[in-house]
Ligand binder design. Structure first.
Ligand code: FAD
Length: 368
């Protein structure tokens, strides 16, 4: 057991993953979150959890393919370890994703392919054009479309199953978990909550948008999505509909549950989904597959993605304090790299691109 005591503020995606990896390497970990331990207050719980390095490179302009594929390999190893730790299997897949557009918008598919070719010519071969017959082989129910793009190395994770498995693994590995605690401030070696001040060797701030007051430049980017049960639809992999005004994606979960997303609004409102967003999402969805008309709406969610101005994640270090934030729409895509970078920083090593690391943990040598 390492005698360094680590306090983690925020048990969303970054906080949970860090806690689990730290516990596995022998650190004593205490977690704080305002929720009941389920993760329901986090952006990560709302998310579609797609692992889409190609689509996100096209969408963001950042070079996310190489780091995203590396992170997917880490997920592969971690999810096997998590099953050993928790006894729970987390459904996930890397069977590729399909990008479609209606005939009037077919220029969007050309644009997608050209942008990928321009940004990363070496990855363009991973983006395959499908005619109607080839599309039928990949996704037989997408008969509304006569052509598509296929990105064979993309995937998605069942985020709710991941949270359940992490909760159990953390408990079994002895995390000291303080749920129902509002965190007021995180500073060097200290986490201040409504129940008092808690001292640690290192305080790790993983509050996502909740850290805004203490992280200049951090903003929330609102996203809204719907969870549906659609017994009349059988899609095997994530599907993305390109559209001149908005994009729609459909991320499958087990038992014909689908996550439909997502709006992207420069707003920090946490209000429930608007009628306009719901109408846009559902009408676009119906145009992809008529079987969605009989689907049940299980939940509508809205949350804010934590982002800096460049929309890239960042680790800030100072004596006794590490702040890990800015995962934006890439928490699942880049989360494992962020966590590995944070652990590397803890051990005095450099970060993994595209994660930025600023500052230094003072007297780092003493912390080993
Ligand atoms: C609509 C939507 C769709 C998304 N889809 C994808 C996707 O398909 N693929 C992908 O890779 N990423 C996706 N993301 C992004 C991903 O969810 C985020 O990048 C990720 O959740 C950020 O992780 P985090 O741990 O920094 O923050 P969070 O997951 O938000 O966790 C922060 C935690 O801190 C706690 N907290 C904050 N403030 C306080 C406080 N004062 N007191 C106590 N507790 C506090 C919260 O309760 C929460 O549990 C999506 C996000 C949204 C909103």
């Amino acid at each position: 057991m390492n005698d360094m005591r680590i306090g983690i503020a925020g048990a969303g995606l970054a906080g949970r993953l860090l806690a689990w990896r730290l516990l596995r390497t022998g650190y004593a970990v205490t977690l704080f979150d305002r929720d009941d331990g389920s993760g329901q207050e986090s952006a990560a719980y709302a998310a579609a959890a797609m692992l889409a390095p190609y689509s996100e490179t096209v969408g963001s302009g950042h070079a996310l393919i190489e780091p995203g594929l590396r992170a997917i390999e880490i997920w592969r190893a971690w999810l096997a370890e998590l099953e050993q730790d928790s006894g729970l299997s987390v459904p996930w897949q890397q069977r590729g994703s399909v990008v479609v557009a209606h005939p009037l918008d077919r220029g969007e598919l050309t644009w997608f392919q050209q942008k990928l070719q321009t940004l990363t010519p070496e990855s363009a071969a991973d983006c395959q054009f499908l005619n109607a017959a080839a599309l039928y082989e990949v996704e037989p129910e997408l008969s509304a479309f006569s052509e598509a793009l296929y990105l064979p190395r993309e995937g998605c994770i069942d985020n709710r199953a991941l949270f359940a498995a992490l909760t159990r693994a953390l408990t079994q590995r002895g995390a000291d978990w303080h749920s129902g605690q509002t965190i007021l401030e995180v500073s060097a070696g200290r986490i201040l909550t409504t129940s008092g001040s808690h001292a640690f060797t290192l305080a790790l701030d993983c509050r996502g948008t909740g850290a805004k007051a203490q992280m200049p430049g951090l903003r929330g980017v609102r996203g809204e999505l719907l969870w549906l049960h659609a017994p009349e639809v059988k899609l095997n992999r994530p599907v993305r509909l390109m559209h001149p005004r908005y994009q729609l994606y459909i991320a499958p979960r087990p038992e014909q549950v689908y996550v439909i997303g997502a709006t992207e609004l420069e707003s920090e409102s946490m209000a429930p989904i608007t009628v306009r967003s719901e109408l846009e999402l559902l009408s676009a969805l119906y145009s992809v597959h008529e079987g969605f008309s009989e689907a049940s709406v299980l939940e509508a969610r809205s949350h804010c993605r934590p982002a800096f101005a460049d929309n890239l994640p960042k680790i800030s270090l100072s004596e006794g304090l590490m702040r890990v934030n800015g995962l934006y729409r890439h928490g699942y895509l880049l989360g494992p790299l962020l966590v590995e970078s944070a652990l590397a920083a803890l051990h005095g090593q450099g970060p993994l691109p595209p994660i930025k690391c600023e500052g230094a943990l003072f007297a780092r040598e003493e912390l080993h």
